[in-house]
Design a protein around this ligand. Structure first.
Ligand code: CA
Length: 232
């Protein structure tokens, strides 16, 4: 590999932050860190790391707010939430805001390394069939994968990383009936993901941007009791 994978750790507990730094450096990653949400966000936007390890309970700005700001800024770094809280609601909210994975403290270094490698594989190894550097036309909308935007009727909509990935998955499987569980597995990539409802929430958001009449969709069609079918 030419350049090392860059990881940013945003974690306010010094012992954990330092332990993570050491462990990741020992694995050959290029590591930087921040001890609060404000400076973490700044660093992330300046450096654009490959992976961000993000604590939720942080001084100055909490992890969810950092994550939201990152995605609004269209930063495409993979984000793994590190949290003491394992509640389902936190997990769901984390994924809604565009987190790629979630680990609950205390976790082992081995587990974290596995998760990091998995999110890297997913962010590098996608796209059979759809060139993500190209613009894609869907009905009267145009999707620009590089700038995370969708243009329709002269209006520009920002897309979250997850919305973009979902759209890409639909494009790659045009005309197929796609079960919710399959979408979840292939787009979110998580075995233990709590609920297929997340797919529905993301579809609703996408329809509002993509469809001329979101209540009568032409592109992302509901197949009752099963999932969705995408038509360009
Ligand atoms: Ca904390």
């Amino acid at each position: 590999m030419s350049s090392p994978t860059r990881v940013l750790i945003i974690e306010d507990e010094p012992p954990l932050r330092m332990a993570l730094e050491d462990a990741l450096k020992a694995e050959g990653f290029s590591v930087s860190s921040a001890a609060d949400g404000e400076s973490g966000l700044r660093r992330a936007l300046e450096d654009g790391p490959d992976v961000i390890l993000l604590d939720l309970m942080l001084p100055k700005r909490d992890g969810f707010s950092v994550l939201k700001a990152l995605r609004e800024d269209r930063l495409s770094s993979a984000v793994i939430i590190l949290s003491a809280r394992g509640e389902e609601l936190d997990r769901i909210q984390g994924f809604e805001y565009g987190a790629d994975d979630y680990v609950v403290k205390p976790f082992s270094t081995d587990e974290l390394l596995l998760r990091i490698r998995a999110v890297l594989r997913r962010s590098q190894g996608r796209t059979p069939g759809v060139d993500p550097s190209a613009r894609q036309r869907i009905g009267d909308a145009e999707v620009d994968f590089e700038s995370y935007t969708l243009l329709r009727g002269g209006k520009r909509h920002g897309l979250s990383r997850r919305e973009l990935e979902l759209l890409q998955f639909f494009l790659e499987h045009e005309g197929e009936v796609l079960e919710r569980a399959r979408i979840l597995r292939q787009v979110w990539g998580l075995e233990a993901y709590p609920s297929t409802r997340t797919v529905d929430t993301h579809v609703l958001k996408l329809r509002k941007k993509l469809e001329p009449e979101p209540d009568q969709p032409r592109h992302i069609l509901t197949i009752h009791g099963v999932g969705y079918r995408f038509e360009r």
